[in-house]
Design a protein around this ligand. Structure first.
Ligand code: G3H
Ligand code: 13P
Ligand code: NA
Ligand code: ZN
Length: 328
């Protein structure tokens, strides 16, 4: 069934594991996640960005998710709005069957300009009040995503623009986190600890701790009952980069968030881990391989099946390493 996210996050907290939240835009991605969940007995968080909702159209998306719930009646599934930019976006998500919404008030409604703390509290609180009335969970965000290494919050996907703010100002402040959770009543809080969206997170192989894990630990000490969320958590595996480049792609060498860092976060209250890029890489590599190896093929199933299988393997790997496998 489709369930509120709070239910899964509470269970994850009680049992010390984390849940991957995978982004989707189409049927094949939903199928990959559900097959991975079935094979590993995992509860599921599926999320759609505003761009995903407009690409797939809300009606298709809603019915695809209902189909997943129907096909897998034993698996609890959350349908989450990723990066809602305004209370209106969250409201329309709820009207379209989402069981959880993110009100990302860390940025203004343009999705680029860092917002004031007061604005963030105002919009997030507004969403919490109406969402909770309808049994829908809410994720908020405090701090701005951006790689600690580059100092640039501006990613290729346009997420995050940090202007003249320093690293330290971009990261989530534990004092503010404490106030924010008390003032808004969010079910989950996305924290900025040095990750960024997209494939290009780090320009050299991360050694030791690349994230501001001390912040997570401090926030978790102060808010032991708050579920923490890590965005920008793709690991950007070398093998997936290699497949794409072997078959004609042109990715620049890059490094993502090591899975061990995420596992450390899970020990300190991280319950939701957002992963999109790794699945995009898996799908693209699988399709490129078919195009190069079998250029005579033109039935979309000939490349969408391997694409679906490749994404499924990424989902299985994350479900196992975050500890959600066996928890459905
Ligand atoms: O927040 C980032 C997710 O990867 C979704 O990306 O806005 O391109 O759909 P998108
Ligand atoms: P990645 O780009 O690291 O997969 O992050 C996705 C994300 O945070 C979606 O909200
Ligand atoms: Na989200
Ligand atoms: Zn995100």
């Amino acid at each position: 069934p489709l369930v509120p996210m709070r239910l899964l996050l509470d269970h994850a907290a009680e049992n010390d594991y984390g849940l991957a939240a995978f982004n989707v835009n189409n049927m094949e991605q939903i199928q990959s996640i559900m097959e991975a969940a079935q094979e590993t007995d995992s509860p599921v968080i599926v999320q759609a960005s505003r761009g995903a909702r407009s690409y797939s159209q809300d009606n298709y998306l809603r019915h695809l998710m209902l189909a997943a719930a129907e096909l897998y009646p034993k698996i609890p599934i959350v349908m989450h709005q990723d990066h809602g930019n305004s209370p209106e976006t969250c409201k329309s998500a709820i009207e379209n069957g989402f069981t959880s919404v993110m009100m990302d008030g860390s940025l203004e409604a343009d999705g680029k300009t860092p917002a004031s703390y007061e604005y963030n509290v105002k919009v997030t609180k507004e969403v919490v009040e109406s969402a909770h009335d309808q049994g829908v969970s809410v994720e908020g965000e405090l701090g701005c995503l951006g790689s600690l290494e580059s100092g640039e919050g501006e990613q290729e996907d346009g997420h995050g623009a940090t202007g003249t703010l320093s690293h330290d100002q971009l990261l989530t402040d534990p004092d503010e986190a404490e106030r924010f959770v008390a003032e808004t009543g969010v079910d989950a809080l996305a924290v900025a600890i040095g990750t960024s969206h997209g494939a290009y997170k780090f320009t050299s192989k991360p050694t030791g701790s690349v994230l501001a894990m001390d912040r997570i630990e401090e926030i978790h000490r102060r808010l032991p009952n708050c579920h923490l969320v890590m965005h920008g958590s793709s690991s950007v595996p070398q093998e997936l980069q290699d497949i794409i480049n072997k078959y004609g792609g042109q990715l620049k060498q890059t490094w993502g968030v090591p899975v061990e860092e995420i596992q450390r976060g899970i020990k300190h209250g991280v319950r939701k881990i957002n992963v999109d890029t790794d699945n995009r890489l898996a799908i693209t590599g699988a399709i490129r391989k078919v195009f190069i190896e079998s250029p005579e093929k033109f039935d979309p199933r000939d490349y969408l099946k391997p694409a679906r299988e490749a994404m499924k393997q990424v989902c299985i790997a994350r479900m196992v390493s975050f500890g959600q496998a066996g928890q459905a």
